[in-house]
Design a protein around this ligand. Structure first.
Ligand SMILES: C[S@@+](CC[C@H](N)C(=O)[O-])C[C@H]1O[C@@H](n2cnc3c(N)ncnc32)[C@H](O)[C@@H]1O
Length: 307
């Protein structure tokens, strides 16, 4: 895997594309402002995904003695940082897409431009908290496929080779950061929202081994293997809730330009399918689509006291 690892304290020279919050354009992780505008809000029993993550993380770091360094992998604009407690004295945001860098980051945070696994392999440590909030599927999927910049051409790698290299990388990352706790949020492929998204994407390309959950299951197998060998706890919790897509026009744009990345905006069949899908979930004039997520925790030593 080729990727550069560059550290920066502030992102300067933000280009115009990084500043726009336009939901009517395909979203390709080039703009933190567009990301915040286009992202539906995910709610689980009255709590947002970020409420759940910050409560969990604050409990995890409180169980550790002294200051904690957090590595936020695929951090984007760092939506969670302001709700994390002061035991976290240093946040390293590993984010390969510079457009996603938040120019107003808090003093304790700094960005590194890198693939997450590459960074964790190159700069390992055994005493950190490592988070992947809605981001781990990207470094995992890189072993199986890559898109060109336009997303028009998906290049698939040999799946057996991808599987072997991906597993080896996950093993290396876990081994080299042995003693660090992991906190991961990953989407639930079986939710109504993601089943629909999967069905549409399958019209252009199959997922590894025809299974959208393949990368998550691979990750969990390797994490369980590690936990068993290292007397660590692997805890997986499922949350059911909904994604608030807003009003109908906005909802259509969000689904088409966020989850479907603008790839199908000229395809009438998909446009009709998206409208029909969303209209089932209209509640008053707001569209709330059933959605789910998994929280995965890998805990060592003192971090386990909190659970
Ligand atoms: C859905 S966003 C999540 C952002 C943030 N964690 C949040 O919860 O708002 C996924 C993030 O993963 C980043 N990403 C993509 N490929 C990555 C990779 N190989 N390694 C690390 N992060 C990656 C994207 O640029 C994007 O910022």
């Amino acid at each position: 895997m080729n990727s550069k690892i560059t550290a920066h304290n502030k992102s300067k020279n933000q280009s115009d594309v990084e500043k726009t919050g336009d939901v009517n354009k395909p979203f390709l992780y080039q703009s933190h402002a567009q990301y915040q505008a286009i992202l539906p809000e995910y709610m689980f029993d009255g709590m947002s995904d970020l409420d759940i993550a910050s409560a969990d993380l604050n409990k995890m770091v409180s169980a550790r003695p002294g200051p904690v360094a957090l590595i936020d992998c695929g951090a984007g604009p760092g939506r969670i940082w302001n709700s994390l407690n002061s035991n976290i004295t240093q946040i390293t945001a590993v984010e390969p897409n510079r457009g996603m860098w938040n120019p107003n980051l808090p003093a304790r945070a700094s960005y590194v431009e890198s693939d997450a696994f590459e960074y964790l392999r190159s700069f390992p440590a055994n005493n950190r908290v490592i988070t992947f909030l809605w981001s781990i599927n990207y470094p995992l999927l890189k072993f199986f496929e890559c898109y060109d910049g336009t997303l028009k051409h998906l290049v698939r790698h040999n799946p057996e080779k991808g599987d072997a290299e991906c597993r080896q990388t996950v093993r290396d990352v876990l081994q080299r950061n042995s003693g660090s706790d992991f906190y991961i949020i990953i989407f639930d492929d079986s939710s109504e929202e993601q089943q629909f998204v999967t069905k549409i994407w399958e019209n252009v390309a199959q997922f590894p081994f025809n299974d959208r959950a393949y990368t998550r299951d691979l990750l969990l197998e390797e994490m369980q293997r590690y936990a068993t060998a290292h007397d660590a706890d692997l805890i997986v919790k499922h949350y059911s809730g909904f994604a608030d897509y807003g009003k109908s026009d906005m909802a259509n744009q969000r689904l088409l330009n966020f989850h479907l990345r603008g790839h199908f905006n000229d395809d009438n069949k998909t446009l009709l399918a998206v409208s029909a899908f969303l209209s089932q979930y209209s509640n008053g004039d707001i569209i709330k689509v059933p959605a789910g997520m998994y929280v995965i925790k890998l805990l060592h030593g003192k971090g386990r006291c909190a659970h």
